[in-house]
Design a protein around this ligand. Sequence first.
Ligand code: AMP
Ligand code: GLY
Length: 428
Amino acid sequence: MDTYNVLLIGGGGREHSIAWKLSQSDKLGKLYTAPGNPGTAQFGTNVKIDPLNFEEVETFVLENKIELVVVGPEAPLVAGIADYLTEKNIPVFGPRTSAAMLEGSKEFAKDFMMKYEIPTADYAVFSADEFDDALKFIQLKDSYPIVLKADGLAGGKGVFICDSEEEVQKRLNKIKNDQSLSGAADRLVVEEFMEGEEASVFVISDGHTSHIIHNAQDHKRIGEGDTGLNTGGMGAYCPAPVVTDEVLAVVKEKIIDPTIAGMQLEESAYLGILYVGLMITEDGPKVVEYNCRFGDPECQAILPPLENDLLDLFLATTQQRLDEKSIQISNKHYCCVVLSSDGYPVEYEKGKEITGIENVDEDTFVFHAGTTLKDGKLVTNGGRVLNVVGSGHTLQQAIDKTYENVERIQFENRYYRKDIGHKGLRRN
Ligand code: AMP
Ligand code: GLY
């Protein structure tokens, strides 16, 4: 059988779970991960190349006979890694810039949805020198909460939900002067607030054929009961009961199919993973956001139940043969709890020794995110440190199994949410 050498770009929990899943494939030759983490190192070699330096990536690909590049995070995709490698005839799993703009520009995504009549919140767009007009527009609407979004990539820090005119004024001033948004807020999307429960659906597409992989629910806020600051995600579970068969059928017909078809019409055929962030409202599912990649930590929860060979799916995608494939998902429930450093997402200490991973049950996964090896010891090296993923025949069992194992892993300043999956339990 032919085997394929793979370069996986990224270094978080998402990439550890992708590396683990790829390692199950008979088709995998050598696996390299850039930059990877101690988790991905269990399945191959971590390499120090800069994913935003495309020439460096190309050189590595040629020297190491890489036959497929898989891109985990959004930044290299939006910056054009898929365009660059495709032009050099290097197969790459992930959308080109023009398609990754569904995540890279909220204005692009909203205009696209408007054009193709894909359900989403009403909106208006303002440039940086029109913030006074934005305020007037919001005053005229006089309906709160209202949502302000920086147009560009902002690592989850560019969305503000404002409950009053005063808050909008304060926020607009802050956005203007916020260096950390560097350019992301050159344009501002003002959006109607949608009431409902959030969930996400993950789609794999070769530009023509698309398949739903699975659905999940993330927990974006730092505090229990969905309170406090937004984070990259503190935990996820799948499937999400709010995504009923009926909801899923509507999502496919009214959102996914027109998105894939619309991108073809725009001559930006979508190849890769499409993350559809949804609000399930009283009027049906509406798009909150698109992302051009797997979610983190959702990926860590949805890859374990995937019964397909992931490398085979990635190859079928880059070879435009996805119509030959169908997705097989086990009917088990999975729960992923993120162990983080106390103080995340603002300020936190690193370098704390991690112990107890060896005590975790064999059927429970521990995916590394912010960890590193120091003097032979595993220590914390980021805000989100580890992902513990347990399973069960019911959501309750999956949650219990996960938290039982969470307790076996220790490090100083460990923080995690204790209510991952609880909205799903309430719905059940
Ligand atoms: P985004 O980066 O666009 O996904 O926004 C981050 C989070 O803000 C989402 O996950 C939602 O919880 C919330 N959010 C964004 N847009 C809206 C909206 N129009 N209505 C309600 N909540 C929203
Ligand atoms: N967990 C949310 C994201 O990956 O964007």
